[in-house]
Design a protein around this ligand. Structure first.
Ligand code: F6R
Length: 362
């Protein structure tokens, strides 16, 4: 039931503050992160491989930053369809982590079985708690997003990110990289997430207005750096899935290594850049785009908007946010831009052509 919304996707975007609050309630007890009997000792893990498909793989790419930076754990991320046939060596000390909304994605399940056969401990981050992937894991962490009906994943993505952030913090704490006080501070940040997402949903009118202009484009580029790069990938995937506009994402620093050749006045370039330690670098990439007549849509906070200067084609004003939360919060404009561009084009938002909600065949 769409609960009064025009589409399941709109409902699922809007309910993110509620489901994120629920997930926090399940995983937090005061200043403690409570995970279902952690059968894996993160103090002894030496390396992680993270495997998934589509949007779930972008959640892994964000998690890589968290596990590496917070927990000091080297992480390799791969898409399941490549991983399973490459059959990479799984060295002792490796823990394998799989992310899947449905828990039934054929390639992800096959990759899991490959790692299990190599005796790697298996962690999964799933929405459907009774799924095959959950059942075949040593540790299955539910994301508590509730049923997701829209084919384009929205609330499952933000709940995957939250669950992965909690696991990374737990690992960092167990590995002695985060003091009790530092952990409590990070948990305080996470507790503010639902309120911030609610605030971010307030940009819907801005997104709708700019989406009418995006709908006229044939190609759209997304740029992001660091933790924002996977969000650029997610923004491009969401947009092409439901609006059928060709969209591609690049790490901002890759722009001059090829894709800048595509830039002209017909190609909007969407830059996802909170005012963080990498912002100045991103601004110089933006200027390269603008110098070639490119239309930059900058998604940033007030400090970023002030520092960016003139000349951008569009601006979406996000709440200010800490680096830990930024990749979760910036999923909201990625979702809203895709949604409203699809509406402007008149496509079937909840049932895009050629796509299925759960990909149980290769
Ligand atoms: C994109 C989308 C897909 C899924 C992918 C994996 O909006 O929904 O890219 O993320 O098919 O599905 P799960 O998470 O069920 O394994």
């Amino acid at each position: 039931d769409k609960a009064g919304y025009k589409h399941f996707m709109a409902k699922e975007i809007a309910e993110q503050p509620v489901v994120l609050t629920g997930a926090l309630g399940h995983y937090l007890n005061g200043d403690e992160i409570v995970l279902p009997e952690l059968g894996i000792d993160f103090a002894r893990v030496e390396r992680m491989v993270m495997v998934a498909c589509g949007t779930a793989s972008y959640a892994c790419h964000v998690a890589k930053y968290w596990f590496e930076q917070l927990a000091g754990l080297p992480v390799e991320v791969d898409v399941a369809s490549e991983f399973r046939y490459r059959e990479p060596p799984i060295t002792p000390g490796t823990t394998a982590l799989f992310v899947s909304q449905s828990g039934e994605t054929a390639d992800t399940l096959a990759a899991l079985r490959y790692c299990a056969a190599q005796a790697a401990p298996i962690v999964s981050v799933v929405n459907v708690a009774e799924s095959s992937i959950a059942r075949e894991s040593d540790l299955a962490l539910p994301i508590f997003a509730g049923t997701e009906v829209g084919v384009a994943s929205t609330k499952a993505f933000t709940c995957q990110l939250l669950t992965l952030a909690l696991l990374a913090l737990k690992a960092a704490h167990v590995r002695g990289r985060l003091s009790d006080a530092a952990l409590a501070e990070r948990i305080g940040e996470l507790r503010a997430l639902p309120g911030l997402v609610n605030q971010a949903l307030g940009i819907e009118a801005e997104c709708e207005a700019i989406s009418r202009r995006l709908a006229e484009a044939r190609d759209i580029l997304f740029l992001g750096r660091g933790r924002m790069y996977p969000l650029a990938l997610e923004g491009a995937l969401k947009l092409k899935e439901i609006s059928y506009i060709h969209a591609e994402a690049y790490a901002s620093g890759e722009l001059k290594h090829g894709p800048i050749a595509l830039v002209d006045k017909t190609v909007p370039v969407i830059v996802m850049a909170p005012h963080d330690e990498l912002f100045d670098k991103t601004v110089s990439n933006m200027q390269e785009v603008m110098a070639r007549g490119g239309k930059v849509l900058l998604i940033t906070d007030s400090a970023g908007a002030a520092a960016a200067g003139d000349g951008v084609w569009g601006l979406i004003h996000m709440p200010s946010v800490t680096p830990l939360l930024a990749p979760i919060l910036y999923a909201v404009p990625a979702q809203l831009l895709a949604y409203h561009t699809a509406i402007a084009k008149g496509t079937d938002v909840d049932q895009p052509r050629n796509l299925a909600k759960s990909v149980t065949v290769e």
